[in-house]
Write a protein that binds this ligand. Structure first.
Ligand code: FPP
Length: 225
């Protein structure tokens, strides 16, 4: 049985779900947050040490201002209202992505949440915010050049946002779309990929457990036979 150390998720389909309910795309994002909470709970129960969630990409700034504002508000309220619970559950929160572009208010709450949870040990949640994989790789190489270090796979990995974390064993993408959307391109080199038809707000505990169980029984070769 394969151990599961790291699960990464592209939580796609919120907007479509909201519209399908004859409500707004933002209504879908709100429902998507409920799914996030369910998946966190199971990840802890399953003793998965790392969970990486794609919450906002570098390309998402192209969306209408009202949607961006709603997503940032959702994030702010989540961090404000759930920080105590994250601490109680021994969860460490880490942001991966470029924080610079966020409003000061959001940066402050993100930094505060990271600081308050940095010693926690049950589950590390990497929240990908303003994240883009290609620029992450370029930045890593630029850092090595600046420090006059040799460039090899190990060094590039160490200078990514995910420095020192195991690469994801599993990538899940919901929303019936089969692409990686500039997410963890380096780190996903040997991950098992599960594309789910369901939209993210419909994705539930049973769907998640099915994937985890399927993964446990896959023969992983890493290029060997
Ligand atoms: C993609 O769905 C989803 C996002 C861009 C945002 C994900 C955000 C959440 C799940 C809720 C917030 C989470 C936290 C932790 C605060 P989409 O809207 O692009 O879906 P579509 O393909 O139907 O348009």
């Amino acid at each position: 049985m394969n151990p599961i150390k790291h699960v990464a998720i592209i939580m796609d389909g919120n907007g479509r779900w909201g519209l399908k309910q004859k409500k707004s795309r933002n209504y879908g994002h709100k429902a998507g947050l409920k799914t996030v909470e369910k998946i966190i709970k199971i990840s802890i129960k399953q003793k998965i040490p790392y969970l990486t969630l794609f919450a906002f990409s570098t390309e998402n700034w192209k969306r209408p201002q009202t949607e961006i504002k709603f997503l940032l508000n959702l994030l702010e309220n989540f961090l404000k209202n759930k920080l105590d619970e994250l601490i109680k559950q021994n969860i460490k929160l880490k942001i991966i992505g470029n924080k610079k572009k966020f409003p000061v208010k959001i940066k402050r709450i993100i930094n505060h949440s990271e600081n308050k949870t940095k010693g926690n040990k049950s589950l590390q949640i990497n929240l990908a915010l303003n994240y883009g994989s290609k620029s992450e790789i370029v930045d890593s190489i630029k850092t090595l050049i600046k420090k006059k270090q040799i460039i090899n796979e190990k060094k590039i990995s160490l200078n990514l946002y995910t420095t020192n974390l195991p690469d994801p064993d599993i990538l899940i993408r919901t929303g019936n779309t089969k692409r990686l959307s500039n997410f963890l391109l380096w780190q996903l080199a040997y991950s098992e990929i599960f594309f789910e038809k369901k939209l993210w707000p419909d994705f539930n505990e049973i769907d998640y457990l099915k994937i985890l169980n399927k993964f446990k029984n896959i023969k992983r070769n890493f290029g060997n036979i």
